[in-house]
Design a protein around this ligand. Structure first.
Ligand SMILES: [Fe+2]
Length: 193
């Protein structure tokens, strides 16, 4: 089943962001992508996101709501196994690649989608060759860059990770949904940690 309406909302959200480095990346991007016929699957995290639209900022709420509505039509991925960060982590984490080398819409230029974390979850410091842009879509998460202190980040705040810069995030009571974009490097790389 097509997920084009979700893709359109995702594209429209990004078209309104004004961070210069992101505009530099996306203003040249050709959004005319072909949709893969991916079989939907699921992960435990997909069912731990009820009511999360109430934790999103006004500009993010529509995207969060639609993402939640599409949960059971999407292809969910995990880059890690329980051997990496434990079973608690793998049952509280997953992502959907809307655009990319594996995702719903085919691109070799960027990988982009939405990553989800359950409550009271730590995603330990990790790094990857691709440069990364993030917009948390929900409030209440804490982020650390270059192994610095964890800082609260709001829904709609722009976060930029340079190539191979260590970064980490953690949640408290509220799950986290975050929009990510990778560019350059291996777009399907498993992060080092
Ligand atoms: Fe990352």
């Amino acid at each position: 089943m097509s997920v084009k309406p979700l893709f359109d909302t995702f594209r429209d959200y990004l078209s309104l962001r004004d961070a210069e480095v992101l505009r530099d990346c996306l203003d040249r991007f050709d959004w005319n992508l072909s949709e893969r016929n991916l079989e939907a699957n699921s992960l435990p995290i997909a069912f731990r996101l009820e009511g999360l639209e109430d934790k999103a900022g006004p500009g993010e709420r529509g995207l969060v709501q639609q993402f939640l509505e599409y949960r059971d039509r999407l292809r969910w991925f995990q880059s890690y196994t329980a051997d990496d960060f434990g079973e608690d982590f793998t049952s509280n984490y997953g992502f959907v690649e809307l655009i990319g080398t594996r995702g719903h819409f085919a691109s070799d230029e960027i990988a982009a989608g939405i990553v989800c974390f359950g409550p009271n979850t730590i995603y330990p410091h990790h790094w990857h060759v691709a440069e990364e842009f993030y917009y948390p879509l929900t409030n209440g998460s804490l982020w650390s860059m270059d192994k610095g202190p964890y800082e609260p980040r709001k829904s709609g705040e722009f976060i930029h990770h340079e190539s191979n810069a260590p970064h980490s995030m953690k949640t408290e009571d509220t799950p986290l949904l975050a929009l990510f974009i990778w560019r350059d490097g291996d777009l399907a790389q498993k992060s080092d940690f």
